[in-house]
Design a binder for this molecule. Structure first.
Ligand SMILES: Cc1ncc(COP(=O)(O)O)c(C=O)c1O
Length: 312
């Protein structure tokens, strides 16, 4: 296909830009790079895993034509599913924990997904259980991003491979932990070339909420996550994450979401301990869907009020 030929939406997933953050790197010898996953068609990193999980389930024969897809999500996976599944002939039902960023529900509604609200018991455990109940009905199928090996495998095959191809060297990789799929898959790929590379996981501080991320201190270690792979973990509070996301906009012109801010905040701490080296960060989505909740307006003044919304 030539570059000007029409493309399918699915073919636009992945291949995201990796850009250098020249103004936010804190030391001349430390270079910061961000993988801009907000450039995916539905606006987040989750387009990658949704495609991979759909393909894997079809190959296994577990996902039949016309089946209704069910998923528990705080936003991005549901949106990716709602965008990518109808074209393949599937309806989408989503179990959302109460308190997600309000525009998530609006976006899902526009895409035609059905939404069921659930209390956010033990983080995502309640919504995940409810999704499994619905999926037990005939003609339904639950994707299961927290347990499906295709999640981490697609980050190994795509995100990790793209970073490895773009970089001469990576000394630290910093990513938020939601399902753990990103950090596991990308780290495995990058350590094949740079075995000493630090893998830094970012979590919300317990009780804080950062869109897409979860605190392991809640007592739930996602099944895909092998803690032994991580070199370090950082707990980041909402106000710091939101402030760092704003810094990325003002200094670099990058319109990244709240989990990207948390990752940048942690990367600055990682850089304190480095003389020189390259730090690659995952910026998992853009800032658009967070705008109606106005997270930036109070970020210096009142951190408590920010916690009323699930930023994770
Ligand atoms: C905005 C955002 N950042 C980061 C993550 C974490 O990615 P992973 O689930 O691969 O650990 C997610 C996952 O939901 C997310 O939505």
């Amino acid at each position: 296909m030539t570059e000007t030929s029409p493309q399918t939406l699915a073919s636009l997933v992945g291949g995201t830009p990796l850009v250098e953050l020249t103004r936010l790197s804190p030391k001349p010898g430390v270079r910061f790079f961000a993988k801009l996953e907000g450039q995916n068609p539905s606006g987040s990193v989750k387009d990658r895993i949704v495609l991979a999980m759909l393909d894997a389930a079809e190959r296994r024969g577990a996902l039949r034509p016309g089946a209704t897809l069910v998923e528990a999500s705080t936003g991005n996976t549901a949106i990716a599913l709602a965008a990518l599944a109808p074209r393949r002939g599937h309806e989408v039902r989503v179990v959302l924990p109460r308190g997600v960023v309000p525009s998530v529900a609006d976006i899902l509604d526009l895409y035609g997904a059905r939404i069921e609200w659930h209390e956010p018991e033990a983080g995502m455990r309640g919504p995940v259980r409810r999704a499994q109940e619905i999926a037990a009905r005939p003609g339904h199928y639950a994707l299961g991003q927290f347990t499906d090996a295709a999640n981490a495998a697609c980050h190994y095959a795509t995100t990790g491979a793209e970073i490895a191809a773009a970089m001469e060297r990576v000394d630290a990789f910093v990513a938020g932990i939601g399902t753990g799929g990103t950090i596991m898959g990308v780290t495995r790929r990058l350590r094949e070339r740079w075995p000493e590379m630090q893998a830094v996981g970012v979590e919300p501080r317990l009780g804080d909420r950062l869109q897409g991320l979860r605190s392991l201190s809640e007592g739930y270690v996602p099944p895909l996550l092998d803690l032994g792979t991580l070199s370090r973990r950082f707990l980041v509070d909402s106000a710091s994450a939101i402030a760092a996301a704003r810094d990325a906009m003002r200094a670099e012109g990058i319109f990244a979401g709240v989990s990207s801010g948390a990752v940048l905040h942690a990367a600055l701490r990682v850089a304190e301990g480095m003389e020189e080296g390259n730090v690659v960060m995952m910026f998992s989505d853009g800032a658009w869907k967070y705008l109606p909740a106005r997270p930036w307006s109070g970020s210096d003044a009142d951190a408590e009020s920010l916690d009323e919304v699930h930023w994770w």
